[in-house]
Design a protein around this ligand. Structure first.
Ligand code: NDP
Ligand code: MG
Length: 388
């Protein structure tokens, strides 16, 4: 590709929170990035508007009923080829003209498109952490075999990726992931029994989709990120740490064997990490201003209280157990969060459902990809039915 030609991007999850931050990056860097394909689940009007604004030729809706509505509304531009279904999503990931695929759908649904994109030799920007938790071994193996780049878009992993540039892995001692501590950082454990979906979907620092916002409150998100870090950077659980940092400005640390620690800093806005991945290895002006040291501010760090955040402990245990246990953790958490948002279960029952699934589902050793998908279904089934 010549330096003057824009990189061609396929965006999965275009209508979501990461999707809309990505569109802000695209608007600011039209000379460097061109959107050639988009996918979402059901918000067809929003997807059509994106196709019109960015002149996108390929669009896929996951949901068939949304596709039918979109066809009736006929609000997609004539130049956009619209399709729907799982096979079409996978096909979009392999679009011949694409240089890079950003996976920002929510949940394990991102795994098949990610694997297809890698097999087609596309670089991947990875916001979706659940797909690595489910199939990390297969994603990493395929990326190595095909020689494609896996660019971490989750802010913590993007920070670590930036700090690691130029350093061999033998020089790394540990990775320290920062966490805001979520919206209930200062809420006593006994009061968590009264948390409602409305309360759990408001985050003090980040504006994100509902699932990850609840995951931030329970710290299941940080648990998923520990597992994500294990796969992306190849470190064992004992060399992965978490620290509570309420301001969300230092986005994670790399500690080297000589004791030096590097961090990456910027405001809590996903456009920074997204732009870094999409333009990598280039850099360009940011969409929003960065952290301003002309104004006084402080950064605080405290170790997490595992008793208050049982999901974090469960994730550590799942990572140590390996095999299909992280996949069970992920599937059970996804269902438990959906049930909590639907007011079927209470907030403190989320970790209870996860623990029940981990205890009651037998994890095969060295599971195949098919076995992992089966376990994912089994864990979802159990998590749907278990009433703590
Ligand atoms: P949102 O809920 O805001 O958006 C999810 C997007 O995925 C929507 O476009 C949705 O379509 C689409 N989608 C959902 N399921 C499917 C499916 N089966 N097939 C195709 N498209 C689908 O989520 P977020 O943007 O907050 O998060 C996306 C991912 O990025 C998650 O894995 C999250 O953990 C991760 N992440 C998010 C961060 C953030 O700041 N938001 C930060 C770091 C990581 P539709 O709108 O039609 O429903
Ligand atoms: Mg994160």
């Amino acid at each position: 590709m010549s330096n003057t030609e824009p990189k061609k991007l396929v965006l999965f999850g275009a209508t979501g929170s990461i999707g809309s931050s990505t569109l802000r990056v695209l608007r600011a860097h039209k000379d460097k990035l061109k959107l050639v394909g988009v996918a979402s689940q059901s918000r067809h009007k929003e997807l059509a508007a994106i196709c019109r604004e960015f002149d996108v030729r390929h669009a896929v809706l996951g949901s068939e009923s949304a596709y039918t509505l979109a066809r009736k509304a006929s609000n997609f531009p004539v130049g956009t080829q619209l399709s729907c279904g799982e096979a079409e999503l996978t096909e979009l990931a392999t679009l011949a003209e694409a240089d890079i695929v950003l996976i920002a759908v929510v949940g394990a649904a991102g795994l098949r498109p990610a694997l297809a994109a890698i097999e087609a030799g596309k670089d991947i920007a990875l916001a979706n952490k659940e797909l690595l938790v489910l199939g990390g071994a297969y994603v990493i193996e395929a990326a190595k075999r095909k020689g494609v780049r896996l660019l971490p878009t989750d802010s913590e992993h993007n920070a670590i990726f930036q700090c690691l540039q130029g350093y061999p892995s033998e020089q790394v001692d540990k990775l320290i992931l920062t966490s805001s501590g979520g919206q209930f950082r200062n809420t006593p454990f006994k009061d968590l029994a009264h948390v409602t979906p409305d309360m759990a979907t408001q985050h003090p620092n980040w504006s994100m989709g509902p699932k990850i916002t609840v995951d931030s409150a329970t710290m299941a998100n940080k648990g998923l990120e520990l597992i994500e870090a294990h796969w992306l950077f190849g470190l064992e659980p004992d060399r992965l740490e978490v620290v509570i940092h309420p301001q969300s400005i230092a986005h994670s640390f790399v500690q080297f064997i000589d004791g030096s620690i590097l961090a990456q800093l910027c405001p809590p806005d996903m456009t920074f990490a997204i732009q870094h991945c999409l333009l990598f290895p280039d850099r360009a002006h940011s969409v929003t201003p960065s952290t301003n040291f002309r104004k006084a501010f402080s950064l605080d760090f405290t170790p997490p209280d595992f008793a208050k955040y049982p999901c974090l402990q469960l994730a550590y245990d799942a990572l140590r157990a390996g095999n299909a246990v992280p996949a069970i953790f992920n599937a059970a958490n996804e269902v438990a969060v959906e049930r909590f948002l639907a007011k079927e279960i209470r907030y403190l029952e989320i970790p209870q459902i996860i623990e029940h699934c981990i205890t009651n589902i037998v994890s095969p050793s060295c599971p195949s990809l098919d076995q992992l998908f089966q376990i994912d279904v089994e864990a979802r089934y159990l998590a749907q039915r278990h009433n703590p």
